[in-house]
Design a protein around this ligand. Structure first.
Ligand SMILES: NC(=O)c1ccc[n+]([C@@H]2O[C@H](COP(=O)([O-])OP(=O)(O)OC[C@H]3O[C@@H](n4cnc5c(N)ncnc54)[C@H](O)[C@@H]3O)[C@@H](O)[C@H]2O)c1
Length: 314
């Protein structure tokens, strides 16, 4: 199997992630078929794709003509049998292990033997998701980040039997669609990105819970300090530029002081109990009432687009 052999891509689940994934493949000239469990949900998929494309057009990252052309490549179905001639299937259905396992078992009976199977799970074990399959070498984690039509990273996660060929084909595909891949060599919780993201969140919670700083100042410190570096330097590049001896000495007194809690923290539990869940409930660490939720999301996307253009040259 080579990159050129991928002609038709199946996307299972047309929700938040599946819509953007289908859109990106279609915008890169691939024939895509999206499946979901009802026609109504597929109408919602079309609506999300149209909204995503509008933002790209407004930012000058896509023309109206390109958007219209790409829509011709996408078809929709509630019947999995449309996967019978797919060369790649990306699954973005509900994050429940037993449902994903049974789903893939069923798809194995439909898809051709050369077809690559990829799951967009956020963190379930790739080995566990494919445990019921006969051929596991073609199975891989393909973790897109939300919003998938904007964020460049796609993590490719090997299960214990994923073949090098499967990895190489998907690496080439990610490159072709203008995204950036990393290969996660072992099937570990959180892959790379979420392990780092949650290590930061755990420490941020500790700083606030111990009264060291406010939520606002933790966010500010991140954005104007470490976060200012991260779009251009990873943690290892940062250490090289800072000096590994200095980073060693700092580690020798600081590591011992950092959070190593094994469960969600008390403050997180309080937020759960009060249903202060962020934008979706109008309050989280900040207030999102009276349209401040939409402002926050618009500000985020505007700045994401600035980064895409100015740092990632898109
Ligand atoms: N939302 C995120 O930020 C994010 C980021 C990365 C990865 N993911 C992962 O992507 C996957 C999808 O997440 P989402 O946020 O798009 O969820 P979502 O709820 O928005 O969409 C899931 C879609 O799958 C459909 N679905 C459920 N069972 C199905 C079935 N048997 N056949 C076909 N369609 C089915 C649902 O009807 C729904 O439309 C999950 O595994 C999730 O963990 C989510």
């Amino acid at each position: 199997m080579k990159l050129e052999d991928i002609k038709k891509i199946g996307v299972a689940g047309g929700g938040t992630m599946g819509s953007g994934i289908a859109q990106i493949f279609a915008q890169n000239g691939y024939e895509v078929v999206v499946t979901d469990i009802s026609e109504e949900l597929l109408e919602n998929t079309k609506r999300i794709i149209s909204l995503n494309q509008k933002t790209l057009i407004n930012e000058g990252l896509l023309t109206k003509e390109q958007a219209e052309e790409s829509l011709k490549y996408i078809s929709y179905s509630t019947d999995k049998s449309v996967f019978k001639d797919a060369d790649l299937i990306v699954e973005a259905i509900i994050e429940k292990l037993d449902i994903k396992q049974d789903y893939w078992k069923e798809v194995e009976g439909i898809a051709p033997s050369h077809c690559i199977f990829a799951t967009n799970t956020s963190g379930l074990s790739i080995n566990a998701i494919c445990s019921k399959l006969e051929k596991k070498g073609r199975f891989i984690g393909m973790h897109w980040w939300n919003p998938p039509h904007i964020i460049p990273l796609i993590e490719l996660i090997k299960n214990d039997e994923t073949t090098d060929e499967t990895v190489e084909v998907l690496k080439a595909l990610v490159d072709k669609i203008g995204k950036e891949s990393v290969v996660v060599l072992k099937d570990v919780n959180g892959f790379i990105g979420n392990r780092i993201q949650f290590a930061v969140y755990r420490e941020a919670l500790k700083i606030v819970e111990e009264g060291v700083a406010t939520v606002e100042d933790v966010d500010k410190a991140m954005k104007y300090g470490p976060g200012f570096r991260y779009p251009v330097l990873g943690p290892f590049e940062t250490a090289d530029l800072g000096g590994l001896d200095t980073f060693y000495y700092i580690s020798s007194y600081l590591f011992n002081d950092l959070s190593d809690v094994k469960e969600p923290t008390k403050l997180q539990q309080e937020k759960m109990d009060k249903k202060e869940l962020g934008v979706k409930t109008g309050k989280g660490w900040y207030d999102y009432s009276d349209g401040k939720d939409e402002e926050a999301m618009a500000r985020r996307d505007k700045n994401f687009f600035k980064m895409l253009k100015n740092i990632h040259n898109q």
